[in-house]
Design a protein around this ligand. Structure first.
Ligand SMILES: *[C@@H]1O[C@H](CO)[C@@H](O)[C@H](O)[C@H]1NC(C)=O
Ligand SMILES: *[C@@H]1O[C@H](CO)[C@@H](O)[C@H](O)[C@H]1NC(C)=O
Length: 435
């Protein structure tokens, strides 16, 4: 009886593996010429040596299976980018795993967390209609309740509409786009002019104004975020595309203090009360823990702190003086904006090498403390591979960035080191006291 059960279990597992693989096609260089133009493909570019790719495998097969069972028009594939280099080159693959959607003649890059939920959301957004029509008040309310930030074109045919559609086609990777007639909008929304592009967020709405806001695509790129964000490494990394400077309260949320509450409140006030004044140049938010930031500034940031980051060049600004009032924060932001406060760090040649050494040091320290023998072995191997590695790293800033991002995933590995160090330090001081 038990043997039977085991047998069934093994069979089910085997069957699962077999069918799951059937939902993900292994593609090669030839595919880029043989794909039918009406097919939509979700493609993972992987390399055999890449551990993050291996971690993605089960998620990828689940996605393939689920899309098939839903009857989705989206096909799922994977490509060994080490072998099929011209395919990878055409999709501008710079780091692994790279997740891309190929629809019509456009290639969309996925940058978010590598979870099933998040990737499926991307698939749903990008594979569907570029602009979705909200045809009833009920539908409008429904969509409104599900999206934090909602872009809606209101009105009939116009140049603005054409512009909105072409911008949507490009920015659909980041956010959904909707259209509606004025009768569908809630009564409380009174637009003076039609056609209009409106963004609904944080219980308010804002109108696009070409004279004040510049072109539509840069306005949407600015407005597609909440005014105040609880950042993680992915959302912070994504800010590189917006050209905005990110102003962060960096805190340890497990240990709230008077200052951490004060910093958070100050940054929130700048985001909401001074939105008109600052939102063009700055994005506001907070981040729990300083780990990711340490990788950028290559030092230990003492928390709580206020820091401004330029994610498009990995540069940062620290307030030269105390920031405890709104006025002092305003002075800091003004200094950053007018170039009076010096940019530190950055992604110049030297900084990239320095950052590489900083991150490598952190990793090596971990390995040696955790398993000295393995450490010694790896040290030899790394020494050998090192030359090639350095070359690739300094050549491509994207690699460095993604490396920093991936660092977050090795967080668990690294935390004990710091604990041990502090323990050691504590022990030393205790010893001294004993003396
Ligand atoms: C919109 O403006 C941005 C910068 O202000 C510029 O980089 C971009 O090319 C413009 N796009 C169009 C379609 O004009
Ligand atoms: C941020 O970096 C980009 C790219 O290097 C640069 O063009 C922009 O001026 C920087 N912004 C600030 C405020 O330093």
């Amino acid at each position: 009886m038990i043997a039977n059960k085991k047998c069934v279990l093994v069979l089910t597992v085997l069957l699962n593996i077999a069918t799951a693989s059937a939902f993900v096609e292994e593609l090669d260089d030839r595919f880029k010429n043989t794909r039918r133009s009406d097919e939509i493909w979700l493609i993972e570019f992987y390399a055999p040596w890449c551990t993050f790719c291996k971690q993605l495998d089960p998620v990828w097969y689940e996605i393939g299976a689920e899309l098939k069972s839903m009857g989705s028009p989206v096909n799922v594939g994977k490509v060994d980018a080490d072998i099929h280099t011209s395919f990878a080159k055409e999709f501008r693959v710079t780091d692994y795993p790279a997740i891309k959607m190929w629809k019509d003649d456009l290639k969309y890059n996925y940058k978010g967390p590598r979870t099933k939920e998040s990737i499926m959301d991307f698939v749903d957004r990008v594979s569907g209609p570029v602009v979705r029509a909200l045809t009833s008040q009920q539908l409008f309310q429904n969509v409104m309740s599900r999206h934090d930030v909602l872009f809606v074109y209101v009105g009939g045919s116009s140049d603005l509409k054409e512009n909105y559609f072409s911008v949507a086609k490009e920015l659909i990777v980041h956010t959904y786009f909707f259209s509606a007639t004025r009768h569908v909008l809630p009564k409380a929304v009174t637009l003076e002019e039609y056609p209009a592009v409106v963004v609904f967020k944080e219980g308010k709405y804002f109108l696009y104004n070409e004279q004040q806001d510049g072109n539509l695509s840069s306005w949407i790129n600015r407005e597609r975020f909440l005014s105040y964000i609880n950042f993680d490494s992915y959302t912070l990394y994504a800010m590189g595309d917006t050209g905005k400077v990110v102003v962060l309260a960096v805190l340890d949320e497990r240990k709230p203090s008077k200052n951490s509450v004060r910093y958070k409140t100050l940054v929130q006030r700048a985001a909401f009360e001074y939105k008109d004044f600052y939102s063009r140049e700055f994005q506001f938010g907070h981040m729990d823990g300083n780990r990711y930031i340490n990788g950028i500034i290559m030092d230990e940031l003492v928390t709580p702190a206020i820091i401004a980051l330029n994610m498009s060049n990995d540069g940062y600004f620290l307030p030269p003086n105390k920031v405890e009032t709104m006025e002092q924060l305003g002075k800091f932001l003004d200094g950053v904006s007018k170039g009076r406060i010096k940019l530190q760090g950055g992604n110049g040649y030297l900084q990239r090498i320095e950052r590489m050494v900083f991150n490598a040091k952190a990793t090596v320290t971990t390995i040696f403390t955790e398993a000295p023998l393995l450490g010694a072995l790896l040290f030899l191997i790394f020494g050998f591979v090192g030359g090639t590695f350095c070359y690739v790293l300094y050549k491509s800033c994207d690699v460095v960035k993604s490396w920093i991002r991936n660092e977050k995933e090795t967080e668990v590995l690294q935390v004990p080191v710091r604990d041990k160090k502090t323990d050691l330090r504590k022990k030393n001081t205790e010893d001294k006291k004993a003396d």
